[in-house]
Design a protein around this ligand. Structure first.
Ligand code: F6R
Length: 366
């Protein structure tokens, strides 16, 4: 049932090229310049007239929401706010009838997310679900939605659900950009073609497995780890840190790289591994100077870079390469080596990778 893999988590990491394809199959027609998702088409005016989009979710799904915030604001020029469902539901939030609420949930059963949806509906908002489990409570409670088609995710640590959520949300952003005329035709076309290439690029990113395993062997005993990224890859830093802490029980924190100097830099010494997500587009020069700041304090740098990178390679202790792609799509690739790194560290620490202590796959209690 694990398809020859030692753990469901590893199987699910390796399924990502094919499930991302399943997610866009029948929806993305790059050569025709078309994105078609029934739940979006049927409600297109609600989206295009939305004064803002509120995204509610928990955990890894909340991280996918943060990536979507960057993408939707950039592509469709609609203001986006991302909230933890648990905070949203208890703080008497301002919700207007011209708000669109997007709820993201792999299981479709998360209690706090479900409660946030009910509250948004009471206040008259249109609620759209991005779920993986077909027929789940959240998919039934929302007005419309789009499934991720990732297939069953058994490992408690979410992997393929995250990348397929980002795939769905990116398609929504592109569809809205087209409807609103907020993106040039050439950029739109380029993004569609790039999105279609993502599965094979994820396949290539998975070739980092051996390097990730080697790095895992070096840092498996670390008590702490920092993850830094900027722009589209700031949420990837948060997700990388969450993966490490939940399965390996190593304390890890994700930060926007520029926030380092506002506190966390005090933690840096020769024992602190710092994972820096540094693909060549995303504020590359700024990330390079962040790396220099860490090296000046003897921190150990593990950098995720674009294939062929030389500048970061010269500074970092270790590099992991991912293929080049358009800036907004880099999270789909930079996430992959971070999943592998956490996986190998957890295995080496003899942790129960698929069922970490204290965690459940569906959090149906608040
Ligand atoms: C992390 C993880 C959790 C879930 C969170 C939300 O790997 O699995 O953080 O992402 O409990 O779950 P869903 O997406 O089912 O609402």
């Amino acid at each position: 049932e694990k398809g020859g893999y030692d753990h469901f988590m590893l199987k699910e990491i390796y399924e990502q090229p094919s499930v991302i394809k399943d997610t866009y199959r029948g929806r993305l027609h790059a050569n025709k310049g078309i994105i078609q998702m029934a739940g979006v088409e049927d409600n297109l005016e609600k989206f295009t007239n939305a004064r803002r989009i509120l995204i509610v979710a928990c955990g890894t799904s909340w991280h996918a929401g943060l990536v979507a915030e960057y993408i939707i604001e950039e592509f469709a020029r609609i203001s986006v706010e991302v909230e933890y469902a648990s905070e949203f539901r208890y703080r008497n939030p301002i919700i207007n009838s011209d708000d669109v609420v997007i709820a993201i949930s792999q299981s479709g059963e998360t209690a706090d997310t479900l409660a946030a949806i009910k509250l948004a509906k009471e206040k008259g908002a249109f609620v759209f679900g991005v779920c993986n489990v077909v027929g789940s409570s959240i998919s039934r409670e929302t007005h419309a939605g789009a499934y991720t088609h990732a297939g069953p995710e058994i490992g408690v640590a979410s992997t393929k659900a995250f990348t397929t959520q980002i795939t769905v949300l990116t398609m929504i952003a592109l569809r809205l950009a087209k409807a609103k005329g907020t993106m040039s035709n050439s950029d739109y076309q380029r993004y569609l073609l790039e999105l279609e290439l993502i599965p094979e690029k994820v396949e290539e990113a998975l070739l980092s497995n051996d390097v990730a395993k080697t790095i895992a062997g070096i840092y498996k005993g670390a008590p702490n780890c920092l993850y830094l990224g900027r722009g589209y890859n700031f949420p990837v830093a948060l997700e990388g840190a969450l993966k490490l802490k939940e399965i390996s029980y190593i304390h890890a924190e994700g930060y926007p790289a520029a926030e380092m100097k506002h506190g966390p830099i005090a933690l840096i010494d020769e024992h602190m591994p710092v994972v820096v997500i540094a693909p060549k587009q995303n504020h590359y020069d700024k990330v390079v100077s962040n790396i220099q700041e860490i090296k000046a304090r003897s921190g150990k740098i593990i950098a995720v870079v674009t294939k062929g990178d030389t500048q970061v390679r010269a500074l970092a202790d270790h590099v992991i390469e991912v293929p080049d792609t358009s800036e907004a799509l880099t999270p789909l690739l930079t996430t992959i080596p971070l999943q592998l790194l956490s996986y190998h560290i957890a295995v080496m620490r003899e942790c129960n990778v698929d069922q970490p202590r204290n965690l459940a796959k569906s959090v149906t209690v608040e």
